[in-house]
Structures are given as C-alpha cells and as structure tokens.
Design a protein around this ligand. Structure first.
Ligand SMILES: Nc1ncnc2c1ncn2[C@@H]1O[C@H](COP(=O)(O)OP(=O)(O)OP(=O)(O)O)[C@@H](O)[C@H]1O
Ligand SMILES: O=P(O)(O)OC[C@H]1O[C@H](OP(=O)(O)OP(=O)(O)O)[C@H](O)[C@@H]1O
Length: 200
C-alpha cells in the first residue's frame, strides 16, 4: 500500500482535470465521489485529502509517501522532503501588487511572510509585513498597507479590486513531492502509480 496526499481545493480540481484531459481514467471516479470522507482507497493506493500547506507535513513524516503540493507552499516553509518534479498544472505566480500610482511600498500584507521577507531582503528594501490569512487585496484598498504580496493566476481578483501588479516575484507550479525514505523503500509501487497517472 502507498499513501498519496492530495489537497482538497484548487489543486485537487486541477489534478482531476489533468487526469481527465489525458484520458487517465483509472482514479477519476473514486476521487470524485461526493463525500466528507478524508481518505479513499483504490486498489493498493490510499489517497488522503489535506489542506494544501499540510501536504508536505504528512509527506515529511512518512505517513504519506508522496503528495501534490504547490511550489508556493514549499517556498514558504522548510520541509525535509524530496521535491521530485514539476507537474503540468497549478500554474500561477507570486507578485507585488497595489493601487495604481502607489509610491514606495513600506508596508505589505501577505499570507506568505517568508517568501515576501526573503524577496524584500534580497532587494535591500526595508518593508514591514502584516500577516493576513486571506482576502489580502483588502489591505491596500482600506489603507492597512501600501501593497500586497500574493498569488496571481487569472488576475481577476486584482482587476476587480482596482489593483495592479508591480513586480512578479516567482512562478508557481504544482509539484510532486516524496518522503525521503519511502520513495526508495516503496519504489516499485510508487513508480507503478506515477506511471498510471502519466508522471513517469
Ligand atoms: N488563484 C490561485 N490562488 C491560490 N492558489 C492557487 C491559485 N492558482 C493555483 N494555485 C495553487 O493552488 C494551491 C491551492 O490549492 P489547494 O487545493 O491547496 O487549496 P485551496 O484552493 O487554497 O483551497 P482550501 O484552502 O480551501 O483548501 C496553491 O498552493 C497554489 O499552488
Ligand atoms: O488571479 P486570480 O485568478 O484572481 O487568483 C488570485 C486570487 O486567488 C487566491 O485567493 P483565494 O481564492 O485562494 O482566497 P484567499 O484570498 O482567501 O486566499 C489569491 O490569494 C488571490 O486572491
């Protein structure tokens, strides 16, 4: 048996869309069942459904052998995992954004304080960060901060709130991650599964 950690949100949808678009039908039906269960077993693969930022925690500990997580999560927190490969979905990017005509940004709201502080430190910019848990676009609109560091995908959230992108920080993709030990001790089973989902 191998255990695969998936998220419950956007990346789950992206993953099942990817399987469908590539006619990799084997796992779609059991994964798409409407239920509140947080795991499902298909043959010798157990899928667990976690919050995105928790996927690397399960994989690091070895209770999950592999997982799918956004590179934003891996950039924000340090995990002792194998960062195996990029997956062909979940594309978006981190940007600095704010109101048009905003001058020097001294205060920034973000969910991603580690990514933001590294970025501003490397640019030798003295910026105070305010940690928020979501809807960070509100912060510059209300004058809480001069700008934000956040994920941009379609750009609609920025546009609908009258904000513009100032600088792109980094690209984000879904990543296949693995436990450093069981990726080798369960190599055959993992390889079989990854072949079934078109990754290897
Ligand atoms: N527009 C976007 N906003 C946020 N994350 C995005 C976006 N587009 C792609 N992603 C990727 O999707 C991941 C978030 O999806 P995930 O399935 O973990 O949960 P979610 O959609 O945030 O939902 P929830 O937090 O309710 O579980 C991010 O880590 C990022 O890599
Ligand atoms: O460029 P877009 O396609 O509009 O996507 C970007 C938005 O999506 C995410 O928010 P999410 O919906 O996850 O909600 P949150 O603000 O509560 O994190 C992100 O934080 C942006 O707000």
């Amino acid at each position: 048996m191998i255990t695969v950690a998936l998220t419950k949100g956007r990346l789950f949808k992206d993953f099942t869309d990817y399987l469908e678009n590539n006619d990799l039908t084997q796992y779609i039906k059991p994964l798409s069942e409407e239920t509140r269960s947080l795991y499902t077993v298909v043959d010798n693969v157990k899928f667990i459904f976690a919050k995105g930022p928790d996927v690397p925690t399960y994989v690091e500990s070895g209770v999950a052998d592999i997982g799918i997580a956004g590179s934003d999560i891996i950039a924000e927190d340090k995990f002792n995992i194998l960062n195996v490969s990029q997956l062909p979905f979940g594309d978006c990017h981190f940007s600095v954004a704010g109101l048009p005509g905003q001058g020097e940004m001294k205060t920034i709201a973000t969910k991603y304080t580690n990514v933001a502080s590294k970025y501003f430190r490397e640019k030798k910019m003295d910026v105070s960060l305010v940690h928020l848990n979501g809807s960070v676009e509100l912060a510059p609109l209300l004058g809480l901060t001069d700008g934000i560091v956040d994920i941009v995908q379609t750009g609609n959230t920025l546009k609908d709130n009258g904000l513009i992108e100032y600088e792109k920080i980094m690209d984000i993709h879904a990543r296949l991650i693995a436990n450093k030990r069981t990726f080798y001790t369960k190599e055959d089973e993992i390889y079989k599964f990854l072949t079934e989902i078109g990754v290897f």
